[in-house]
Design a protein around this ligand. Structure first.
Ligand SMILES: Nc1ncnc2c1ncn2[C@@H]1O[C@H](COP(=O)(O)OP(=O)(O)OP(=O)(O)O)[C@@H](O)[C@H]1O
Length: 753
């Protein structure tokens, strides 16, 4: 095996423009390293950090971690690298922004073995010596490992998870703690100085002492101001960082939940429960951190209080202990009331979401009074629950207040009494003053701690709520692992049965049929016969079926879910268009698509003509709920969105059912063009849309009754013939059962010019 020539050898950075961009190579090297551990990544899924041109080692490590791998970026010397013999592939960062994949090292010969990230599997590695490596390598590496000893399930979002997040900010926290410690120490001096002023300056009229004390005070105040500023700044940084991490993790987890979950749960309740995590975030970056920092004051001030007057210090501690006791006793009932309050708020917010989402139906059916009544009831419950928990919290505060007052005011009176009556107490006016000033500093953190315990209940309840959504099984494993075979579109169902969770009877029973690649399959049957369920299985929405469902001979469950869904164009009866331009909606955020591709997709979907008639063309803004375009136009845009990535498999589930006959005819007219070179699965109630299909599968009660082309079914399938006759019963028809009814145009008509 020859040594590398950096000009021609592919394992070194790209010498020519014909190679992919350095960033693409770097991502591909990471993808290869992940693949070695059985994790399939798609470079398109990598999200660049803001302002990042070249993926950094840290960002890549985070991406790998998110996908269930252990990854660590570090800087190494050549001498270390060359000794790393039996290690999994290591990603080496090159100075041009690309990367290499090291698969071995030989310290005797002084070389490392690299492979080209784009080389086919089994391609031989090439040896690179130190001199050549130093020309390209930055010294940064990314070490990738499979998680040791645990499966790749995500950690649950709970207190430990949050704690680990905080621990990730160790160095910042250390600085904050150090700053707080110094501030706490500085804070004890003013009371001591006041003590000196009273005892020495005032009593002995010493001007010189006053001047030096003033100087000292000014210097210390300056340091305190600077340190407080720094601490606030660091706290701000840590808060925003944690905030960002929580937000990203929560959203990722939400997106990884299976579709089935969202179908079962109310949107409002899901959003309400997930939003509870933000209460936790607020707590962590607000009250928790500040109380934690106040603790330092406590640690520093307490010994000083004992030095000034042990008797008064014990009294202060006793009062503080009593505060703690009150709060602990109140914890359990308070927790129950808070859970009730959160539940009431969630139920109310789901009413709000449901009302806004269903406002058309509500207005059309004049259901406003019913909804208003429901809202009133839910609001009343929120009010009751909030009042109950607020009162309880108020009670606790009430019980705490006298103790707090005792610390702040009572102690000075007792101190004065001690100073007058007992000479052994040694308490002078200055010391008493200092004690009172410092005592106030003790009370604040103690009450803060008591409130903290109070908050912890709230936070625990919120965390539980968020966890009840976010800790459900996700599809992450299916989304990130699995095969990515080239797809041709041959489908095969063998004895596929499927029952929805909790349903009494199966939605599909022993389904067996084949769909050759590039052909059109129509699915017909009565409502509830299982047509949509078949399309759901094809998209990997439900994976708990029995039997075999194969795509090009590969079990569907073996295929990477993201890849499967990207390779599959789906158009439903009601498609959601996002707020944005027509072009944005057709591209739908997929990278690398050009305007030509958008126009081609629009043409294929029969949408080009109406888009061009619009004043702003492809830049026409689509409002929320796509209210400014017609249903037919929306469907054609949805089709364009589905075909833009040129999928080999397309699913149209009642895509034309809600359309008027003219729009339906337009869409159907393009079906043949659309179907060219792809497998189409078309669910339709209107049989006239399916006459051109290569096969039509007739379903009933989850069974396949028959599967054949239109003409044969018409002859031999009773259900099909009945459906056809029902739909084509028309006095003007000439008795020809093949003739479609008025308004039911066949799929071969061309669109209007
Ligand atoms: N998410 C679900 N949970 C439980 N049962 C479901 C779910 N979706 C569908 N079903 C049930 O599964 C069966 C098949 O439903 P499916 O939606 O596949 O029928 P379909 O033929 O597409 O009906 P339609 O033509 O009305 O859309 C029905 O009995 C239905 O009640």
């Amino acid at each position: 095996m020859g040594y590398l020539d950096p000009k021609t050898d592919p394992a070194l950075p790209p010498p020519e423009d014909t190679r992919p961009s350095p960033v693409t190579i770097r991502l591909q090297a990471v993808v290869r390293a992940a693949k070695f551990h059985g994790i399939d990544l798609d470079p398109h899924d990598y999200r660049a950090e803001p302002g990042e041109d070249v993926p950094s080692v840290a960002a890549l490590a985070r991406w790998l971690e998110e996908n269930g791998l252990d990854a660590r970026g570090m800087r190494l010397q050549w001498s270390t690298l060359v000794h790393m013999r039996d290690v999994p592939p290591i990603v080496l960062m090159f100075s041009d922004g690309s990367a290499g994949l090291m698969v071995g090292a030989d310290d005797v010969d002084g070389v490392v073995w690299l492979i080209d990230p784009f080389a086919p599997d089994g391609a031989p590695p090439v040896a690179v010596d130190e001199l050549r490596m130093q020309q390209a390598w930055t010294g940064d590496v990314l070490l990738v490992r499979a998680h040791a000893g645990r499966n790749r399930g995500e950690p649950p979002i709970d207190a430990t998870w949050l704690w680990n997040l905080v621990r990730g900010e160790r160095s910042l926290l250390r600085n904050i703690i150090l700053g707080s410690l110094v501030i706490s120490v500085l804070a004890i001096f003013p009371p001591l100085i006041v003590m000196q002023v009273i005892d020495r300056v005032v009593n002995y009229h010493s001007m010189a002492t006053l001047v030096s004390i003033t100087g000292l005070l000014i210097v210390m105040s300056f340091y305190e101001i600077v340190l407080t500023y720094a601490r606030r700044e660091l706290t701000l940084v840590i808060s925003t960082r944690l905030d960002t991490r929580i937000s990203l993790a929560v959203f990722d987890r939400l997106l990884a939940l299976p579709l089935e979950f969202f179908e079962r749960e109310q949107t409002g309740s899901v959003i309400g429960r997930v939003s509870a995590i933000y209460k936790v975030r607020q707590f962590m970056t607000g009250r928790l951190l500040s109380t934690f920092l106040d603790l330092f004051t406590l640690v520093v001030v307490m010994p000083l209080l004992f030095w000034l007057s042990p008797a008064l210090a014990w009294m202060t501690i006793a009062a503080a202990g009593a505060i703690g006791l009150v709060v602990v006793i109140g914890m359990a009932p308070m927790g129950r009331l808070l859970t009730r309050q959160i539940n009431a708020e969630m139920t109310r917010s789901s009413t709000m979401y449901e009302t806004v989402a269903g406002i058309r139906t509500i207005k059309t059916l004049a259901l406003e009074p019913t909804r208003r009544h429901l809202w009133d009831e839910r609001t009343a419950e929120v009010v009751r629950a909030t009042l109950a928990s607020g009162r309880m919290s108020n009670w606790i505060s009430m019980m705490v207040m006298p103790l707090d007052m005792f610390i702040n005011r009572g102690v000075i009176l007792i101190g004065a009494y001690l100073a007058i009556t007992s000479t052994s107490s040694g308490l002078e006016a200055g010391a008493l003053m200092a004690f009172t000033m410092l005592g106030g500093r003790v009370a604040a953190p103690l009450v803060g701690m008591a409130r903290l315990i109070d908050d912890i209940n709230d936070v625990r309840a919120s965390l539980g709520e968020a966890g009840s959504v976010l800790n459900r099984p996700t599809e992450t494993q299916a989304l990130t692992s699995g095969m990515r075979p080239p797809i041709h579109g041959a489908l095969s169902f063998v004895d596929v049965s499927f029952t929805y969770p909790g349903a009494p009877s199966p939605a599909l029973s022993d389904i067996t049929f084949d769909v050759p690649a590039g052909t059109m399959l129509g699915l017909v049957g009565r409502s509830g016969s299982g047509k949509s369920t078949i399309t759901r299985l094809l998209q990997g929405v439900s994976r708990s079926y029995t039997g075999f469902l194969r795509l090009d001979g590969i079990d569907l469950r073996e295929i990477n879910l993201t890849y499967l869904r990207r390779s599959c164009g789906v158009v439903l009866q009601d498609n959601f268009l996002f707020r944005g331009t027509i072009r944005d909606n057709i591209v739908a955020g997929r990278p690398g698509l050009t305007m030509e591709a958008v126009v081609r997709a629009a043409r294929l979907a029969g949408a080009e003509e109406f888009i061009e008639r619009m004043p702003a063309g492809y830049e026409t803004w689509i409002e929320e709920g796509s209210t400014n375009i017609s249903g037919g136009q929306r469907q054609r845009l949805a089709i364009a969105r589905a075909v833009i990535s040129d999928p080999r498999l397309m699913i149209l589930d009642e895509a034309t059912s809600a359309l008027d006959p003219e729009s339906e005819a337009l869409v159907n007219a393009n079906l043949q063009r659309l179907a060219h070179g792809r497998t189409m699965v078309i669910v339709s109630h209107r049989l006239s849309s399916l006459v051109e299909c290569d096969q039509i599968c007739v379903m009933d009660h989850g069974h396949v009754v028959d599967i054949a082309p239109h003409a044969i079914l018409l002859e031999r399938c009773e259900i099909y013939r009945t459906l056809w006759t029902q739909q084509n019963r028309n006095p003007s028809a000439s008795g020809n059962p093949d003739a479609p009814a008025d308004g039911m145009l066949t799929s071969i008509e061309e669109p209007e010019a």
